[in-house]
Design a binder for this molecule. Structure first.
Ligand SMILES: [Cu+2]
Length: 145
């Protein structure tokens, strides 16, 4: 959808857009930015994992029911690595080299952290992108599984 001319010069817009100048409606839209990142985290053999946060059940160790934990899931195939963001789970992704350790003894890694963002608003049938993150090139022939 593009900016539209309108005969309406008095109203502030409608549910599809907003009047930004006389006879000009800025139609609601989204921006999609695509980046191809070729990770070599301390070498060409990298793994990908997804980090999610979930509340822990109330228990003797979590009496106030205010504890939560981060879970890490390895994404070992290209099909698994087509993922959408999840604000509810604070979802992020980590590209790491399992053979190179940092000073803490954990794998050297980069985090992919969605910042200010939104979900895909139009109907899924119009969607031309697969997910927030598609790690196809990373998994092509370099990632260990
Ligand atoms: Cu725009």
């Amino acid at each position: 959808m593009l900016t539209k001319a309108t005969d309406d010069t008095t109203e502030t817009g409608n549910h599809l857009g907003y009047l930004v100048a006389p006879h000009v409606v800025a139609v609601n839209h989204q921006h999609f930015l695509n980046f191809r990142l070729d990770f070599d985290v301390d070498g060409p053999i990298n793994n990908l994992s997804e980090m999610t946060v979930a509340a822990l059940p109330q228990s003797e160790r979590n009496r106030q029911a205010n504890a939560f934990a981060m879970e890490e899931t390895m994404l070992a195939s290209e099909a698994m690595a087509v993922r959408d963001m999840s604000l509810a789970q604070s979802r992020a992704w980590m590209v790491m080299n399992p053979d190179k350790k940092n000073a803490l003894g954990t794998p050297c890694a980069y985090m992919l952290m969605p910042g200010s963002n939104s979900v895909f608003y139009p109907l899924e049938t119009s969607r031309s992108t697969k997910g927030t993150v598609c790690i196809a090139s990373l998994l092509g022939n370099k990632v260990q599984s």
